[in-house]
Ligand binder design. Structure first.
Ligand SMILES: NC(=O)C1=CN([C@@H]2O[C@H](COP(=O)(O)OP(=O)(O)OC[C@H]3O[C@@H](n4cnc5c(N)ncnc54)[C@H](OP(=O)(O)O)[C@@H]3O)[C@@H](O)[C@H]2O)C=CC1
Ligand SMILES: O=C(O)C1=N[C@H](C(=O)O)C[C@H](O)C1
Length: 234
């Protein structure tokens, strides 16, 4: 399979390394909006770029009739527009805030734990995410997914980076050099605390997940998620 890399930073390079070990080739590397987007030999495009470039990158791939995967975070206010755009082009699109198998298992645990805790208001929630200092967005896309899952199952109404009201989920976003990605959710009562935590040791899980998603999506039409790819259900 020929893969176009829309964004060739930390993740683009990790994806390239894994794609080559799985006998794929890289057809295109884009690092700037002024680059030439020649998709003529591309089977699937993978966008891991910057929040301000993701929408344009995704649309360019869809315009060329190329299935596109995006892992870029920080652009999700345009997610619905992209779904409509993809459908209007009879195209193929998959976004995930986190492509790693471990985090996708963690998402399912988070959903179940929040369902269980929903009936017990004595537990107050706190969420922490830690990433490297070069990360452009806060909170992380993964933290937003986790918070949205909890909001779907409980009386919490929204998430905030600031001091939270009782019906808000506080997300503490810490930036520490070289940390690939840590997410922890704690439910605290006067009596005890329940915590779940995922720690990425490196970027390999994200990159492997993106390549597996690209292999899976290649001949499909429509809008998909990593749940479709991994079929994890608790
Ligand atoms: N979903 C997931 O599983 C994961 C998502 N991410 C997300 O992926 C994104 C990229 O992360 P990471 O690789 O660490 O970031 P990097 O900053 O290392 O890479 C981003 C790259 O995009 C380039 N770029 C800038 N403008 C454009 C453009 N118009 N088109 C294409 N590329 C462009 C940058 O070039 P330059 O440096 O010259 O500006 C840079 O090389 C982030 O949003 C991050 O949050 C990261 C890990 C996992
Ligand atoms: O920027 C990163 O590095 C990461 N970004 C994603 C996010 O925002 O959740 C996924 C992972 O945590 C690493």
């Amino acid at each position: 399979m020929n893969i176009a890399l829309l964004g060739y930073g930390r993740m683009g390079k990790s994806i390239e390394a894994i794609a080559l070990t799985r006998n794929h080739s890289i057809s295109l590397k884009i690092t700037d909006a002024t680059d030439t987007y020649d998709f003529s030999t591309t089977d699937v495009a993978i966008d891991f770029s910057v929040p301000t470039a993701a929408v344009s990158n995704i649309k360019k791939a869809l315009d060329a009739g190329v299935p596109v995967i995006s892992g870029t975070t920080g652009w999700l206010e345009h997610y619905r527009d992209i779904l409509e755009y993809c459908n209007s082009k009879n195209g193929t699109f998959l976004y995930a805030s986190n492509f790693s198998l471990g985090v996708n298992i963690f998402f399912e645990i988070n959903k179940r734990l929040s369902e269980l805790i929903a009936n017990f208001p004595e537990y107050a929630i706190d969420m922490e995410e830690i990433h490297h200092t070069k990360k452009l967005d806060a909170p992380s896309g993964t933290a937003i997914t986790l918070a949205e899952q909890i909001i779907d199952n409980t009386n919490y109404k929204k998430w905030t980076l600031d001091k939270a009201n009782a019906d808000e989920i506080h997300i503490e976003a810490k930036r520490i050099p070289d940390v690939p990605g840590t997410h922890e959710i704690t439910y605290n009562s006067d009596i005890d605390a329940i915590s779940i935590k995922h720690t990425a040791h490196n970027r390999q899980g994200f990159a492997m997940g993106a390549v597996i998603a690209a292999e899976w999506i290649k001949d499909k039409k429509g809008v998909f998620t990593m749940q479709d790819v991994l079929q994890i259900n608790v």
